[in-house]
Design a protein around this ligand. Structure first.
Ligand code: 4AD
Ligand code: MG
Length: 462
């Protein structure tokens, strides 16, 4: 019993040999006494073609009337067909139906829109585009682990349920066992979380960074790779409520070290996926984004640009008439500005550093100017921000005053402040949004189409 992958990769070795392959019918085309079946089992991007005829199959009638989507076993001879478009076909001697399909199978042999396919989250992985996208996703995840493991980073599992707000931005989903119909309220009218499962409010994590930092102060080099959640009410093509993030954290390191790591990581993962998913990348390059392969090659070969926020703002201000939102020092850069910088000015990925402290998280290290922090965002063409990171504030007093300035509840950050008391080190890290990376690797324009089961505003199917 063979996978389509093994057969496709080694078909010459199977010439004139008998094979058995199980898979799902992509299409059936009937002539008078023989028929063609296109079969795939998801193991390889390119399906196999099966020829079957009335004189060889006792159940020819049954098979030729199968519906698209049926699961079948095909046994037959591999016949090399060098003169044809596909270099071999299977001439079936036996076909057995494992599970038939009904005529209302929603994936027919025509091009469906991505929007329509989003309504079929349980079936869309059987289409070319999604099969390719989710294999790239799997291979990219493996490449990320490989990159960090080869460099002796410790993979750290940070919690999904947490009592900290890592970004201090309040964009959290609360996890509670309290019954909304009967929420207990204390004397002041506030929800009484002492009655809740943990006896206090608990959220789904927005980032594993703070817990990750505790491990970095023990192992020096760590990374997380797991799901994170944001209750951002932004209905865009780049935001999801549940997304995966990779967050390396390194002790005895500064912002420059974090940028070098980020650049090496992105290049490594791109090169790995191009090498290990050539069929998928070629498909995306033909059908989704004609410039994809050139762009990915260019990224692997070029040095990323570097610019400070202050200089970037000065550059962008010259083009203010082209923007919907005008740029000024102190503003948060919008996607249109990020894309302008990376697509029009740098024409390659670019690191923007040293943002005003007001628009960045409380944990970032204050620069000597007292008004900017040692932050970095990595921007890439077509997407904008793919990575956000920083050097962390390692001074106890400065961190405490940042927590207070931000009006945060300092009692929940005691452990985090402790790290600045017991052998504090310079340290830095970043977060890579995994879906944005997969978008970048495939040219797919909507985050909903690189997440197996997307959760966005108003949408949580399955
Ligand atoms: O810039 P962010 O918010 O940074 C952090 O969470 C830091 N704790 C990371 C760190 O320094 N360890 O998020 C990091 C990245 C973004 O650059 C973006 O790629 C992605 O996570 N991201 C999202 N991806 C999809 N949907 C969302 N709602 C996202 N929010 C952030
Ligand atoms: Mg960010």
């Amino acid at each position: 019993k063979l996978d389509v992958r093994t057969l496709q990769r080694n078909y010459e070795d199977y010439g004139e040999k008998e094979v058995t392959v199980g898979g799902w019918v992509r299409s059936i085309r009937n002539s008078k006494n023989f028929s063609f079946m296109v079969l795939n089992d998801g193991s390889f991007f390119t399906p196999v073609q099966v020829v079957f005829s009335a004189d060889k199959l006792a159940n020819y009638e049954e098979i030729s009337h199968q519906n698209v989507g049926a699961a079948v076993w095909v046994t037959g001879l591999v016949t090399l067909t060098p003169e044809m478009k596909q270099p071999f076909e299977i001439q079936a001697t036996e076909i057995e139906v494992e599970g038939p399909s009904t005529p209302d199978y929603p994936l027919q042999k025509k091009r469906h829109t991505l929007e329509y396919l989003r309504t079929l989250p349980h079936l869309r992985a059987r289409t070319n585009t999604f099969e390719a996208a989710f294999r790239v996703r799997s291979v990219a995840a493996y490449a990320i682990h490989k990159f960090f493991q080869e460099r002796d980073f410790v993979y750290t599992h940070t919690p999904i349920l947490t009592s900290s707000d890592a970004e201090g931005a309040g964009e959290m989903f609360q996890a509670t066992t309290l019954d909304l119909k009967d929420v207990p309220v204390d004397e002041k009218g506030n929800v009484d979380f002492t009655q809740d499962f943990y006896g206090k409010p608990v959220n789904l994590t927005v980032s594993g960074q703070l817990q990750g930092e505790t491990f970095a102060q023990a192992f020096k080099k760590i990374y997380t790779f797991g799901p994170t959640f944001r209750a951002e009410n932004s209905n865009t093509t780049r935001h999801a409520a549940e997304f995966w993030m990779i967050e390396p954290e390194i002790a005895f390191a500064d912002l420059e070290d974090a940028m070098e790591l980020a650049e090496a990581m992105l290049k490594y993962v791109i090169a790995y996926v191009m090498e290990h998913c050539p069929e998928e990348i070629a498909f995306f390059n033909s059908f989704v984004d004609k410039g994809l392969i050139d762009r990915l090659n260019h990224v692997v070969r070029s040095d990323f640009g570097r610019i400070s926020y202050t200089d970037a703002v000065a550059e962008l201000e010259k083009h203010n008439d082209e923007f919907e939102y005008k740029v000024f020092w102190g503003c948060d850069l919008q996607t249109e500005h990020e894309r302008y910088l990376t697509e029009k000015i740098f024409k390659r990925p670019v690191f923007v550093t040293d943002y005003p402290k007001e628009i960045k998280a409380f944990y970032m290290k204050l620069n000597e100017d007292g008004r900017t922090v040692a932050a970095v965002d990595c921007l890439v063409p077509e997407i904008g921000e793919i990575i956000g990171g920083s050097q962390r504030e390692d001074d106890y007093d400065k961190l405490l005053s940042r927590i207070r300035e931000n009006g945060m509840d300092e009692s929940t950050y005691g452990y985090y402040l402790d790290l600045r008391k017991y052998g504090s080190t310079r340290h830095a890290g970043f977060g890579l949004g995994f879906e944005r990376l997969v978008m970048y690797l495939t040219g797919i324009a909507n985050i909903r189409d690189v997440l197996p089961f997307p959760r966005t505003v108003g949408n949580c199917e399955l």
